[in-house]
Design a binder for this molecule. Structure first.
Ligand code: S3P
Length: 176
């Protein structure tokens, strides 16, 4: 595959950006970055701590800086962004300008189930359970979806596996 391939995986919390991103990077024979993990290492803190001690606004600035650093510092990569990354600083346009954004689209029910099974530390979800959590996902997703939908490639659930994602990206790149 093309040497200069920058893939930005975008989508709501729990959509599988990290889970699919790692094997996808292997298939593409490139490096994998996870935005949250990168920020935690770079700023020697945890995402939860950054939110409580410095605030969400500062976190969004760190995200922007990290997005530019990874994009400009690497010719080729798969980056699992944070769920809110495309929605701030016009990051979605930045990603579309520099590479291929891929939206892992899920239903509210799928996200709810995945979130219950995964990292409970996410600051935006703290203290929310059951119906309240479900409603929160629904309203935040509907506020964000018009931005996620600006992705160059949109993949629904049946295409959420690394091999399929790889094939769809390869086809999209061949057809320009
Ligand atoms: C956020 C998603 C999280 C993390 C932070 C904020 C969001 O990343 O960046 O808690 O605004 O949706 P994941 O999507 O990897 O959980």
């Amino acid at each position: 595959m093309n040497e200069n391939i920058k893939i930005f995986l975008i989508g709501f919390m729990g959509s599988g950006k990290t889970a699919y991103g790692k094997p996808l990077a292997e298939l593409l024979n490139t490096v994998f970055f996870d935005m949250d993990h990168y920020i935690e290492k770079k700023y020697c803190s945890s995402i939860a701590k950054i939110f409580t001690e410095e605030g969400e606004k500062k976190f969004r600035l760190y995200e922007r800086e990290t997005l530019c650093e990874i994009t400009e510092g690497n010719r080729s990569f798969v980056l699992a962004t944070g769920g809110g990354t495309p929605c701030h600083y016009n990051n979605i346009s930045y990603m579309n300008m520099h590479g291929t954004s891929v939206y892992l689209k899920c239903t509210v029910d799928e996200l709810y189930e995945n979130i219950l099974r995964s990292n409970p530390e996410r600051p935006l979800l703290q203290g929310k359970h059951g119906n309240e959590l479900h409603e929160y996902i629904k309203s935040l997703l509907s506020a964000r979806e018009h931005i996620y939908n600006k992705a160059k490639i949109i993949l629904t659930g049946e295409n959420h596996n690394p091999q399929k994602i790889f094939e769809i990206i390869a086809n999209a790149m061949q057809s320009g």
